[in-house]
Design a protein around this ligand. Structure first.
Ligand code: SAM
Length: 323
């Protein structure tokens, strides 16, 4: 097992496939990807070895993220490869939804079990303002297609942004009334590149939580291994609502995930100062040295991130690591 000094077990790997992204979200990559995104991304055999080592140490779920994973031309091969690794039970993908309508059936056939789509606003012009892309209707159609295709888990991620969607809870609730989706509100996180934006637009998820409880939503109980999101349900709604509040107390206590960048760097935390380079371990099919190294590395994971002290580690933006 991969376990740290605080007895947290890591069964969930978030693997970034590329730093490249075709959206220009204000809070992430407003000016597009920088030059590191042009460095060599992990190849399919390197990904197979990486996931094999993690799976041997108890990883059961892999999320493919980015940047935008659908920009990888070999995405289908990556999905099939990860899905075929013994021990991997769930392959998830986080996407901006750009290719959903076109590619979702093929992703499903290749082995995708869960999909997260980022939708920061249900208003097309606000969506365009935030992301630089005028594609909301097509993305929403893609999400409905995911539900119709029977993808077991369909989630919608929405970053809470004062001035853009702070008052949009009623619209989002209406959206999930008759849809089997889990909507996640994520508090805007401070990264090294977005400090003034963060100061203008950050809002806490607490007011949403208070409103939900007031309106009869109930908090779902969760397994210790379920990760840091708080989930809520309501008998009148098919969808569920989740809150990811990284600034709340004890947020990191339930951390169950490790991250590897598209360049093969291990990040023990989204906001760490240092990373470990894994690429040289990925050149041989013998994953024993990598397993030993991972067990060692994980012992230096800190109890918590430093966001409360305005420390974002070396994280310029989340596309670098995959969010
Ligand atoms: N391109 C994909 C997408 O749009 O979902 C995957 C990568 S994106 C970095 C993953 C998630 O991180 C998205 O839901 C995005 O909204 C979120 N994200 C990016 N920067 C963030 C920030 N500073 N604070 C909170 N969430 C952020």
């Amino acid at each position: 097992m991969l376990m740290d000094r605080f007895a947290r077990r890591f069964t969930y790997l978030r693997l970034s496939l590329t730093e490249n992204c075709n959206f220009r979200c204000d809070y992430c990559l407003p000016d597009g990807p920088d030059c590191t995104s042009r460095q060599a991304e992990l190849s399919v055999p390197e990904i197979r070895r990486l996931v094999t080592a993690f799976a041997a140490l108890g990883t059961r779920k892999v999320r493919l993220t980015g940047g935008e994973p659908c920009l990888r031309k070999d995405l289908l091969e990556v999905i099939q490869t990860v899905k075929a690794v013994p021990g991997i039970e769930e392959v998830a993908i986080t996407t901006n939804g750009y290719r959903l309508q076109r590619d979702l059936p093929a992703w499903r056939e290749a082995g995708v079990d869960a999909i997260n789509v980022s939708v920061d606003s249900l208003d097309p012009s606000t969506f365009h303002l935030i992301t630089g892309q005028n594609r909301l209707p097509a993305i929403l159609d893609g999400i409905d297609q995911a539900i119709d295709l029977g993808i077991p888990k369909v989630k919608v991620n929405s970053v809470l942004l004062k001035g853009y969607n702070g008052g949009a809870l009623p619209d989002f609730l209406e959206y999930i009334r008759n849809r089997r989706v889990s909507l996640r509100f994520i508090e805007l996180m401070r990264t090294n590149d977005n400090v003034p934006y963060y100061q203008r637009h950050h809002i806490s998820g607490q007011s949403i939580k208070d409103q939900l409880l007031f309106e009869g939503w109930q908090q779902c109980s969760k397994a210790k291994t379920a990760g840091p999101a708080q989930e809520f349900w309501h008998p009148d709604y098919q969808g569920k609502l989740g809150l990811i509040m990284p600034y709340s107390r004890d947020f990191c206590d339930d951390c169950n995930r490790l991250r590897v960048s598209s360049l093969g760097q291990l990040f023990l935390c989204l906001f760490t100062e240092h990373h470990q380079d894994l690429r040289h371990y990925l050149q041989s099919d013998d994953t024993t040295p990598l397993q030993a190294a991972l067990q060692q590395f994980v012992l230096s994971k800190k109890a918590t991130h430093g966001l409360h002290a305005q420390e974002s580690g070396a994280t310029r933006h989340l596309a670098m690591i995959g969010g």
